[in-house]
Write a protein that binds this ligand. Structure first.
Ligand code: AMP
Ligand code: ZN
Length: 480
């Protein structure tokens, strides 16, 4: 597969440290609120990437953290603690908030067919890891204590900006947001590894450390959790594009300084879901969640379809109009699949392989999901039998996870069993109104005590392989 690597700014052939095996890490949610559908765009695309790697035969170990401590509202070391803010808002403890929104996040993932990573680790569960890394960084001279906190010393690195050349202005995050700068920092891009001198008096979660009671910075949690579960060589690290700086930049700085060798080979950044007013965020405009979409009558998988229609490296603009267009296309696709007849012929292996190769080429080209979706339409148009088409669609959907075969099967069943009620008598069958009419005639004959005629109709249908079963409020019929 060829995948764009944000660290090298190139599309590269995907390679792993151990052949056939991928160590993959994903920055998980900060569980102080519901995930918005922008956050979930990132998780959908990362899910497709993981599934595609498995599809091509890789064995994948995917690790995700849950940020339940240390994430400040500016993404740097300024602003409010997001978890404390969430707890205050809801008059609950930080742990209650974390549990509630972690569960809500995985419920959203379930609705969107996002697979749960192999390892899910709340940040509060790995304090010893962070202490081990911070101690080693201090020992190696990459970190310093100031004003009670421990900071990473970015001046010790020959190259700090691994993803981009940032302007000085970009770094003044605190200044830009009108929050005070941390005067303990020796260099502008130094960052906190461990807070002991919390500016949050009400910081709920604190642990003992060699530097006093305190809590970890946000960035150290991803390095610590990844090293614990992925090992020292990470093949693939994912997150939304806003994570590249400062979060991933700082992860690289501290991990490589600690390990003394390159850490993560490949960086996958999903671009933002925007509204017409700019980047979607929890504090701006309508707070778009999966539940809100459901309340408005949208199937969460139609949102997944909407995301797959565009490339992960392009910003995607959300509007209800755009979503409605995706819904129409998704429903059309399901109808066309429902019109295929399962068990119609044997799977044609040559055709199957040819279309599978095409799909593989599209997806292997920097995860071109919109072309992946187009491949399904190509299969529907193919000169082959329905069994081959259904097998191909099932195969592609192992990666795309749009629930295509399940939804098509449900549609077929629903169409087969329309209930027809006449004069209080309900006939259910397999979608043939001529037969429904005969079943109803049998009922009228019985009502008129013309049992001979009623039996004749039953026999006539039986001769066609149709069996009638009387029900509480009518009858149902089925082909044997
Ligand atoms: P958070 O819960 O804020 O830590 O973010 C969870 C994930 O969503 C991270 O990978 C972010 O980079 C990503 N993210 C945040 N906002 C957006 C957005 N508008 N579109 C896509 N991804 C986003
Ligand atoms: Zn992270």
């Amino acid at each position: 597969m060829y995948l764009y690597n944000s660290a090298t700014h190139k599309k590269e052939e995907f390679r792993t440290h151990t052949p056939g095996h991928v160590e993959m890490y994903t920055c998980g949610p900060t569980v102080y609120h519901f995930a918005h559908i922008g956050n979930l765009r990132s998780y959908i695309m990362e899910d497709v990437l993981e599934k595609y790697l498995r599809y091509t035969g890789y064995d994948v170990n995917r690790v995700m953290n849950i940020t339940d401590v240390g994430h400040l509202s500016s993404d740097a070391d300024t602003g409010e603690d997001k978890m404390v803010k969430g707890a205050k808002r809801e008059h609950k403890s930080v742990l209650e908030i974390a549990q509630y929104y972690t569960d809500a996040f995985f419920e959203d993932c379930r609705k969107l067919n996002i697979k749960r990573p192999d390892v899910v680790q709340p940040a509060t569960g790995c304090i010893d890891e962070y202490i081990k890394i911070v101690s080693a960084l201090l020992e190696k001279g990459y970190a310093y204590s100031a004003g009670g906190n421990v900071y990473f010393d970015s001046s010790k690195l020959s190259r700090y900006y691994v993803f981009n050349d940032h302007d000085e202005e970009d770094l003044a995050v605190g200044v830009r947001e009108g929050v005070e700068e941390d005067t303990n920092k020796r260099n502008k891009n130094d960052f906190v590894l461990w807070f002991t001198k919390s500016k949050f008096e009400d910081q709920a979660l604190k642990w003992d450390s060699p530097w006093g009671v305190g809590y970890p910075g946000w960035h150290i949690e991803c390095s610590g959790i990844s090293m614990k579960y992925n090992g020292e060589y990470l093949d693939l690290h994912c997150g939304g594009v806003d994570n590249a700086f400062p979060h991933h930049t700082n992860e690289i700085a501290q991990s490589e300084s600690y390990l003394g060798h390159p850490w993560c080979a490949q960086w996958f950044h999903v671009h933002h879901l925007n509204t017409s007013g700019g980047k979607m965020s929890k504090s701006k405009g309508e707070f778009l969640t999966v539940s809100l979409l459901e309340e408005k009558g949208y199937d969460p998988l139609a949102y997944r379809y909407f995301c797959l229609q565009s490339h992960y490296r392009k910003a995607l603009v959300f509007s209800y109009e755009n979503l409605d267009n995706a819904v129409a296309a998704y429903q059309k696709l399901i109808s066309r699949i429902a019109a295929l007849v399962p068990g119609d012929g044997e799977v044609d292996t040559a055709v199957f392989e040819a279309y599978r190769t095409k799909f593989n080429q599209q997806m292997g080209n920097d995860l071109n999901t919109s072309m992946g979706v187009t491949s399904i339409f190509d299969v529907l148009k193919a000169q082959t039998n329905d069994a081959t088409k259904l097998a191909l669609i099932g195969d592609f959907d192992a990666v795309l996870s749009l629930g295509l075969l399940e939804k098509a099967a449900a549609k077929r069943t629903a169409e087969k069993t329309p209930a027809k009620t006449t004069g209080g008598y309900t006939v259910t069958g397999e979608g043939d109104s001529a037969i429904d009419a005969l079943v109803f005639q049998r009922y009228e004959a019985k009502k008129a005590k013309n049992f001979g005629e009623a039996d004749r109709i039953r026999e006539e249908l039986r001769a066609q392989g149709i069996e009638i079963t009387d029900t509480k409020d009518g009858a149902s019929w089925a082909r044997a």
